[in-house]
Each structure stands twice: as structure tokens, then as C-alpha cells.
Design a protein around this ligand. Structure first.
Ligand SMILES: C[S@@+](CC[C@H](N)C(=O)[O-])C[C@H]1O[C@@H](n2cnc3c(N)ncnc32)[C@H](O)[C@@H]1O
Length: 334
């Protein structure tokens, strides 16, 4: 499904002409790039932007959004995760002015058809206003404001790995919610014993890798970074009881990270078949060297079909496969 399709449907229905200022919730990256009006205020759920696309300082962002500018209507790009869409709409029902019109757009294969039948607390019944390009556009209006407590959506779970318990925190839509991802488990099993010093966990999700490293390696400082405010909020909860000095940082790639590290560890993002998602990790690899101290090393796990080892070879003299199974490869570069 092309992300453009949802944007084109919104344009074809002319909704941008009806309202001067929109709150965009969970917009796809492509949609942001296409946004032609710098006066629009964009506030994404996973990425926080001010038009024309600059990131807001991370301290202004939390797991729930706090928009500060006037908005006449909201557009929600329906996420695939049901719990995340419930979470988003629960926030909107709390934070939007009464009678704000809300549009919900999404691809047919992303759950919008079943969503259209839902009753959403606080909102009038959903109405379909358009469809096309395998997408649907629904609308509703906020009729009763609701209470919202972000912490109620935080799930704490003891994940068992190698006979030890790891108390992790999750928020809706955070990677690996409620379980240990198979790639992450394989990564931890083969984590080099020499990981130490100042360490960056890029794309930290719930903070599972950072937490594990704090328990099993001798670190000086740990930085857990992710572009999702939900992930950084969950990671902050996961890491709260850790003894090693650490910081959780909201950053799109290295955008908000100027520091250098002795080790960078990552289970990096990707989605098969979407060019934009290959781009994130390709960009990350291209910028890696600038963020390593002399002698610094990077270790990553990924599905074996991904081209990361080749890309690493373009920047690093020494690239080595540390472990491989039928799905994943762990690569070390220095
Ligand atoms: C494969 S998950 C790994 C999560 C966690 N480290 C684990 O192993 O369970 C990749 C993570 O990268 C994050 N991510 C995606 N794009 C990113 C970007 N541009 N910058 C930083 N993190 C990003 C996602 O939000 C997600 O949490």
C-alpha cells in the first residue's frame, strides 16, 4: 500500500480547503514531505514536527501529544495496531475542543473497514465520506470530552529470557509489545562480551536491549534512542530502576544525537517492501562513523536478507558476521 494513497484521498475529498489548521496524527513520512502549506501545524504521534518539517525539541514531547496551536480539525492516519488507534482516539477525546471534526483515513488492508463499524467513546458515529486507491476516509465529531490517563495504557510485563525475568514496560504500538522479539533474543544471546564504556542503543523500542546490557555488561553510560515518543516513554519506564547512568533520547536517526560512543548496538528498523524504511537504516549506517569514538564498534542484528553488512563495508575496514541462524545475522563492524 502506498502511503501516498491516503494523502491523495484527502486531497480529492477537498478537506484541506474546509479547515485552515489541522492536527495531523500519525502521518506517514511521505505525507509530511508532500505538505505544501508551511502554515499548517503538524503534530505527529510518533514523530513531532512543526511545519515545514523541523523536529520539536524532545522535552516538549511525551507519550501523549500536547499541541499548543489552534486546530480546527484533526486527521488521524489509522495505525495498523488496534490498541494504538484506541490510544490515539482516547487522547483526542480528551484534548480536542468539543465539536472538532476528526477525519480518519487508512488503507483497506490496514483495518479501516472494521474500524468504520466501531463506536468510539466521546465521538459521534463514524460516517464514510470517501474511498479510492484502496483507502477509505471516515469522519466524526467530538461530542463528549473524556478523561485520559496515559499511564493507564502503560503495560508492565515480566519477560522471561534465559531463565531470568526482565520487567519491561510497553505502550501501544511499541515494537515487540508484550514479548521478546526473536531477533532481539538472538542478539542478546550473542552480544559481544566486550560491549562497554559509552553505549548507544539505537531504535531502543521498549528499552529491552539497554536494560539487558545494564544487567550483563560493564557500562559507563547508556543512551537509549528512538524516534517514537511511545517507545522513549516506555523505555524510560523500563530503565527507571537501572543503576548505570543512562539517558533516553527522542531522535529521528542521529538528528538529536551529537555525542560519540564506544559501542553502538541496534536491532534497527525496517519494513520489507517499503523504500522509506530501508532509507532510515541506510542513512543511520552512513552516519555511524561520525558517532563512534576512536576504536569504537557497532553491532547489529537483522533479517539475513537485508543489505546492512554490505553497506557497513562501505564505511568500515573490518566487518564480521558474529552469528547467523535461519532468520537473523549479527554483524560487527569497526
Ligand atoms: C526493530 S525495532 C527494535 C526495538 C528494540 N530495540 C527491540 O529490540 O525490541 C526498531 C525500533 O526503531 C525505531 N525507529 C524507527 N525509525 C527510527 C528512526 N528514524 N530513528 C530512530 N529510531 C527509529 C522504531 O520505533 C522501533 O522501536
Amino acid at each position: 500500500m502506498s502511503l501516498d494513497s491516503t494523502w491523495r484521498l484527502l486531497q480529492r475529498q477537498g478537506i484541506f480547503e474546509h479547515h485552515p489548521a489541522f492536527l495531523f496524527v500519525n502521518p506517514p513520512a511521505d505525507a509530511l514531505v508532500q505538505s505544501p502549506h508551511s502554515s499548517w501545524r503538524l503534530y505527529a504521534h510518533e514523530r513531532a514536527y512543526q511545519a515545514p518539517g523541523t523536529l520539536l525539541p524532545s522535552e516538549q514531547v511525551s507519550a501523549h501529544f500536547e499541541y499548543t496551536t489552534q486546530c480546527d480539525a484533526a486527521v488521524v492516519f489509522l495505525p495498523k495496531e488496534k490498541k494504538l488507534s484506541d490510544f490515539i482516539l482516547a487522547q483526542l477525546a480528551h484534548q480536542l475542543p468539543l465539536h472538532t471534526q476528526v477525519y480518519i483515513v487508512g488503507p483497506n488492508d490496514g483495518g479501516i473497514r472494521s474500524f468504520a463499524k466501531k463506536a468510539i467513546p466521546g465521538f459521534a458515529p463514524l460516517q464514510k465520506v470517501g474511498s479510492g486507491n484502496h483507502c477509505q476516509l471516515l469522519t466524526t465529531e467530538l461530542v463528549h470530552q473524556q478523561d485520559f490517563v496515559a499511564e493507564q495504557h502503560l503495560k508492565k510485563q515480566n519477560i522471561v529470557f534465559q531463565e531470568r525475568q526482565y520487567p519491561l514496560a510497553f505502550l501501544p504500538g511499541v515494537f515487540g509489545e508484550g514479548r521478546l522479539d526473536a531477533g532481539t533474543a538472538f542478539f542478546l544471546e550473542h552480544m559481544p562480551a566486550s560491549v562497554s564504556g559509552r553505549v548507544l542503543d539505537f531504535g531502543c523500542g521498549s528499552g529491552v536491549i539497554s536494560y539487558w546490557l545494564q544487567q550483563h555488561r560493564n557500562l559507563e553510560h547508556m543512551m537509549a534512542a528512538d524516534l517514537s515518543t511511545l517507545a522513549t516513554s516506555a523505555a524510560a519506564h523500563t530503565l527507571a530502576a537501572c543503576q548505570t547512568p543512562y539517558e533516553v533520547r527522542l531522535s529521528d536517526g542521529f538528528y538529536a544525537i551529537s555525542e560519540t560512543f564506544d559501542w553502538i548496538v541496534t536491532n534497527p528498523p525496517f519494513h520489507q517492501g517499503k523504500a522509506t524504511d530501508y532509507e532510515i537504516t541506510s542513512r543511520f549506517i552512513a552516519e555511524l562513523k561520525q558517532h563512534l569514538n576512536p576504536g569504537g564498534q557497532v553491532v547489529m542484528v537483522a533479517n539475513s536478507f537485508l543489505p546492512w553488512p554490505n553497506l557497513l563495508q562501505a564505511s568500515f575496514q573490518h566487518v564480521q558476521t558474529l552469528a547467523k541462524n535461519n532468520r537473523f545475522t549479527i554483524t560487527l563492524a569497526r
